[in-house]
Design a protein around this ligand. Structure first.
Ligand code: TYD
Length: 144
């Protein structure tokens, strides 16, 4: 990440909460994200969640090697982070905020406001074998 391109970088355990630099004028706002300049990995996949349900908890998994950046491009949600030792909650409330989540980090997304769109930039293609979906397995994985 080129520090000049982010307004703010706040470290939360091994994650980073970015405030991206908007390009605003009287027509509105625009955020541009470039791999390696703004995003600290090659972006191999983009996916997004929509039609989110306020009372639902999503995620509930960790990745063995995948890195991701989460952006609530519309609406807001909370993300519970857990590295096996510490737990923290981060809110994503503005489209210029991004949360970098490294591998080996349990995450749960919840408190979605209606019509939230959660965009995810990922360092690799979808691979179910990279998921750890059982919390006890996750604790074993991070303690190895
Ligand atoms: P899931 O991992 O359950 O989503 P969440 O992270 O919110 O818990 O994914 C939902 C479904 O979508 C599941 O059947 C796997 C599939 N999926 C893909 O096919 N490709 C992808 O890139 C992702 C993230 C999920």
């Amino acid at each position: 990440m080129d520090a000049e391109r982010a307004i703010k970088k706040e470290r939360v355990m091994q994650t980073i909460k970015y405030t991206f630099q908007p390009h605003g004028d009287d027509r509105g706002q625009l955020i541009s994200l470039e791999e390696f300049n703004d995003i600290p990995f090659r972006i191999k996949r983009v996916y997004y969640m929509y039609d989110t349900v306020p009372c639902v908890v999503r995620g509930k998994h960790a990745h063995k090697s995948l890195e991701q950046i989460l952006i609530c491009v519309c609406g807001s949600c909370k993300i519970k982070l857990d590295n096996g030792i510490e737990k923290k909650v981060v809110s994503l409330e503005r489209p210029y905020e991004g949360l970098y989540i490294p591998n080996s980090m349990w995450r749960e997304m919840y408190d979605f406001t209606p019509n939230t769109v959660l965009l995810v930039l990922a360092s690799d293609v979808y691979d179910e074998s990279d998921y750890i979906r059982n919390y006890e397995d996750f604790l074993r994985f991070v303690s190895e």
